[in-house]
Design a protein around this ligand. Structure first.
Ligand code: ATP
Ligand code: ATP
Ligand code: MG
Ligand code: MG
Lengths: 229, 229
């Protein structure tokens, strides 16, 4: 489903400063797999997820998504790929502040051409699945941190994506809510066959993955830890 | 140091909707104490912290900070109280996007009248204390999620506040970094006598508190769990 082949990512925050966020990263996530990235703060997890999800381009190396070599694909193609095939939950959540929870979840479906009433019907179902149907009319600033994160999860599921990219998806919720979300992810993976790649600092979240990959100082470990089923 | 006495907080997101975020909340944090608030997502922790830190006003009830009844205090007085006595780490981090990490940490000291070179010298020490001296020149968008959170912690410590209010301070960092931060908080509390109130979903974070208070559906438990030292 997704592979990075010998990927470097080098940032230049200013003329004389270079930060190597990824160095020779090689990683394959098979279709229908759940893979977790773990590693210290600043090690390169978000950078790797952004490149895998075609939100950012590598400085060197190749990126393959759903069989396509997307390394130099044009932006229009990548936008369509993301809209129809890839769901994101950003570490910084990123809800649209001027839209309600319901509108935020419906937006990807409206953009994909769904009829309006159908998009809102499904958005209600998705909000219900994350326990927030009663907050449908709230704007992001009228929700708690954990509630915003759950709206972002519902939005990522909107177009029944092939691939789900989750960046610290449970960092703002309590243990019980996190467990309910993990059950939801596991069900989506087993019923729909959705491929899931996630960054997490929580061992319990990583425990739903079939494979855990460690990232340290921009280096992605070649050997993945296979967890017992 | 801080008390809530029979505090309600009611939001009105729209004309016909009322959300009771806090209901009769009564809570006292003694000077030099470390208190943790725990509870499900949406239960009222951030609302309670914002009122304790004078960032928001209760709908009913009284609020006392450092001996003052701040319930109806004027905004100018509260701004000075916050600047000199209270350090915040927001759940949504809230760094100033157009300032570097160093400038973000120096800002509260410049606002409090510190000489420029002194503010920057101290800001460098604080960034070093959270392990980010090498990112001093980065803007928030050039930092990882966990690095941004650590810059926010350094900023909260800038004016050596009497009271530190931390809203999920380790949600974006790995376990090892979180432990290092907890040691920093514990040292600040024991060496400077700083009062610390924090919201967390992580039992390990709560374990540095002398008292854990549970919040559920806007109701703050009266009995606190005293942890063995
Ligand atoms: N401006 C607002 N308007 C309406 N409702 C609000 C507003 N702000 C918060 N709420 C509601 O108040 C309740 C308490 O929110 P609060 O942010 O205090 O929760 P929390 O315990 O910090 O949750 P989390 O663990 O998810 O951060 C929530 O149900 C939320 O939807
Ligand atoms: N735009 C940028 N310019 C310069 N450096 C950057 C930029 N974005 C990220 N970095 C650096 O790249 C490194 C990797 O960042 P990344 O966000 O991938 O880390 P992470 O593993 O997700 O960390 P966390 O667990 O804190 O979220 C960090 O050291 C960070 O400072
Ligand atoms: Mg990250
Ligand atoms: Mg909160």
């Amino acid at each position: 489903a997704i592979s990075l082949v010998d990927v470097d990512k080098v940032y230049r925050p200013s003329r004389d400063v270079e930060v190597v966020a990824l160095r020779g990263a090689t990683l394959t996530v098979e279709r229908g797999e759940i893979v977790a990235l773990m590693g210290p703060s600043g090690s390169g997890k978000t950078t790797a997820l952004n490149i895998m999800g075609t939100l950012d381009r590598p400085t060197r190396g190749r990126v393959y998504v759903a069989g396509f070599d997307v390394t130099e694909a044009d932006e229009g193609f990548l936008e369509a790929l993301r809209l129809h095939y890839i769901g994101f939950v950003f570490q910084s959540i990123n809800l649209v502040p001027s839209l309600t929870a319901l509108e935020n979840v419906a937006l990807p479906m409206l953009a994909a051409g769904y009829p309006r009433h159908e998009a809102y019907r499904k958005a209600r179902l998705l909000l219900d699945a994350v326990g927030l149907l009663d907050r449908a009319g709230h704007y992001p600033h009228q929700l708690s941190g954990g509630q915003q994160q759950r709206v972002a999860i519902a939005r990522a599921l909107a177009n029944m994506p092939l691939i789900l990219i989750l960046d610290e998806p449970t960092s703002n919720v309590d243990v019980a809510t996190a467990r309910a979300l993990l059950t939801l992810f596991r069900e989506i993976n087993s019923v729909l066959g959705t491929t899931i790649v996630m960054a997490t600092h929580d061992p319990e979240v990583a425990s739903i993955a079939g494979k855990v990959v460690y990232v340290r100082g921009g280096v992605v470990s070649r050997s993945a830890v296979k967890l017992a089923e």
